[in-house]
Design a protein around this ligand. Structure first.
Ligand SMILES: NC(=O)c1ccc[n+]([C@@H]2O[C@H](COP(=O)([O-])OP(=O)(O)OC[C@H]3O[C@@H](n4cnc5c(N)ncnc54)[C@H](O)[C@@H]3O)[C@@H](O)[C@H]2O)c1
Length: 412
């Protein structure tokens, strides 16, 4: 067919030249190839065009089938987004993402994100490219802690009490929850820790999110083991004045592990030791904020009991790094997150005096019931498995919160 076509084309040329037309023998001009196929089909069948069409079709089909799956992948390399893929049974994050494929940002829900620790966590998550939804009822949190994110399209703030369920939808099963809670407001503190944790675990189960419980060193109560390891079960008074908080967190840990074992929810548990830094609630009774606010207001620093009880104090940036490391790891925990440097209350008062006002005086008051005599984390587990340890000492960290407190005290 190819040969005849060429010959026909030649004849046509010769005809146009005019001079040689009559010299061509009649049998070469007629008859032309009998047309068995329509001209477009004929065209398609020549020069392996059909093969090219078929290969193109195959490539396009493969691309459209694979593309949605690629879009769900995390990026590779040092970008932390990829390390936080929630699904431990699925190692999508280890696959390379082809250049040009857009990686959707991850959404993180931070309950209690308007509070002290929560707002620092929100800063960190947004700064590395996550979308953040904060849920807060502003019991102790403040909009001022988040105001610098207002107008950021990757940030949302919902006023809601987590004691009530909340319905959030997720297109992908890759959202992550960070759970914060009220520190201790008697009944509501207990409700928040128990009902709030339950509601958020239910949500995490429904949308397949990884869930982080920010528990506390208070689960160790007045410890009989020192320093405290995660294996220690604690010494807690179940009917004391602090029980709402302590037992609330212990119950929250129980619920978290039950959802993990029974409903296959991916969970992480952090046991946070005393933390300080900018944006702390000024008057919530925590010892560092108490001392700093009192020194700024030129009031005596209140020491309860003889001041020989010990605590460890970690700077908030260290804690946030620890929480992120925990979320990115494949370890459930619990993990102690705290600074092992141990101070008596009197030593802490001296550091505050040195930092803010050396002339400040100390006032002793009767101690509160069930106040733990000592508290110091053993962080061997976090060091080994999370490769995390705090970097900022009390003397370095304290000045970093003082200017924030000075500004807020002046505004009162
Ligand atoms: N800061 C510490 O030293 C420390 C120590 C141990 C554990 N923790 C834990 O870390 C978490 C954060 O503590 P923080 O120091 O930032 O406290 P915070 O009081 O500053 O923050 C708690 C936030 O949760 C919000 N909240 C409380 N109850 C709520 C509810 N029912 N619904 C919605 N929002 C609610 C508050 O408004 C606030 O914004 C808490 O879970 C706390 O138990 C903190």
């Amino acid at each position: 067919m190819k040969h005849l076509y060429k010959q026909t084309g030649l004849n046509h040329l010769k005809r146009r030249e005019g001079d040689a037309d009559d010299q061509i023998p009649t049998h070469t001009r007629t008859p032309r190839t009998p047309k068995t196929l329509p001209r477009p089909l004929n065209y398609l069948l020549r020069e392996q065009r059909l093969l090219f069409v078929f290969v193109g079709f195959l490539l396009a089909t493969t691309f459209f089938l694979v593309q949605p799956a690629l879009l769900r992948l995390g990026p590779v390399g040092p970008n932390p987004l990829l390390l936080l893929n929630h699904n431990s049974h699925n190692h999508r994050h280890l696959l390379p993402v082809p250049a040009g494929v857009r990686v959707p940002p991850r959404r993180v829900v931070v309950t209690g994100g308007a509070g002290f620790v929560g707002s620092h966590l929100v800063d960190k998550l947004l700064s590395r490219g996550d979308d953040v939804i904060v849920i807060d009822n502003f019991f102790t949190g403040r909009k001022e802690n988040l105001v610098h994110h207002f107008g950021n399209p990757r940030f949302e703030l919902i006023r809601h009490d987590v004691v009530e369920p909340i319905l959030l939808e997720s297109k992908e099963r890759n959202d992550i929850h960070y759970f914060m809670s009220l520190r201790s407001k008697l009944n509501h503190g207990y409700k928040t820790n128990v009902m709030g944790t339950l509601n958020m675990l239910g949500l995490a189960k429904r949308i397949g999110a990884r869930f982080l419980l920010t528990s506390t060193s208070e689960v160790y109560g007045d410890p009989l083991e020192h320093p405290q390891k995660e294996t220690y079960w604690g010494n807690v008074n179940p009917i004391g004045v602090r029980s709402c908080y302590d037992e609330g967190k212990r119950t929250a840990e129980t619920l978290t592990m039950d959802y993990h074992r029974g409903a296959d929810v991916e969970v992480r548990i952090a046991r946070i030791f005393n933390t300080y830094g900018p944006r702390m609630c000024i008057d919530d009774g925590r010892v560092v904020s108490n001392f700093v606010a009192q020194a700024i207001r030129k009031q005596p620093l209140t020491v309860y009991g003889d001041g020989k009880q010990t605590r460890s104090f970690q700077y908030v940036a260290d804690l946030v790094d620890g929480l992120m490391a925990l979320m990115e790891s494949e370890h459930v925990g619990p993990f102690n997150l705290g600074n092992p440097g141990e101070f008596t209350m009197l030593e802490l008062a001296e550091v505050v005096k040195d930092t803010i006002d050396p002339s400040a005086t100390i006032e002793f008051k009767e101690n509160t019931a069930d106040d733990p005599h000592m508290r110091k984390p053993d962080i061997t587990k976090a060091k080994e498995l999370l490769h995390w340890e705090p970097k900022i000492s009390l003397r370095e960290g304290l000045p970093l919160m003082v200017s924030d407190f000075q500004k807020r005290v002046l505004e009162e």
